[in-house]
Design a protein. Structure first.
Length: 158
């Protein structure tokens, strides 16, 4: 009887040691995955807050859009939806460029509210002495076609 009680005690000690070892490994694994704010090798807290949108409507497909010199994307089907954080430093200017067109550069009309869309209409004009991209259509005709197509596509989601 003495022998079996001694074996049961050793098994319990072994089970407790294994459990403690397993818990120690789990703590190390979790601490390796979670970032430590303020540490040098790991990023701190992420920028949070709401997200708003600028919808840039433009008559030149393929034009490039920048906010304060930061690339936002290209105009496709007459528009670009650019996402911005509403709690971050707000952008102040919009610049739209396209080959054969005069660069559009204006102050932004404000910052969109979280979850809202702020429309910006950009009308680009051909640069002096250039054809404006080689299209046989005038920029207004092209812009109108894109706006009609965009309105039909967006009407499905309203």
């Amino acid at each position: 009887m003495n022998f079996s009680a001694d074996m049961i005690g050793k098994r319990r000690v072994l089970a407790v040691c294994a459990l403690l070892l397993l818990m120690g490994l789990m703590v190390q694994t979790v601490s390796a995955v979670l970032p430590v704010p303020g540490s040098i090798d790991r990023p701190g807290p992420r920028i949070g807050g709401g997200i708003g949108y600028y919808r840039i409507n433009c008559n030149v497909d393929g034009a490039t859009v920048f906010f304060d010199g930061v690339y936002q994307g290209m105009i496709r089907l007459g528009m670009l939806l650019a996402r911005v954080y509403t709690t971050g430093t707000p952008y102040s200017t919009i610049e739209v460029t396209a080959k054969g067109y005069t660069t559009y550069n204006e102050p932004l009309p404000g910052t969109p509210l979280a979850g809202k869309i702020l429309d910006i209409d950009v009308v680009m004009t051909p640069a002096d002495g250039e054809s404006g991209g080689g299209s046989s259509e005038t920029p207004q005709d092209t812009g109108t076609k894109f706006q009609e197509l965009r309105d039909r596509l967006l009407s499905r989601y309203r």
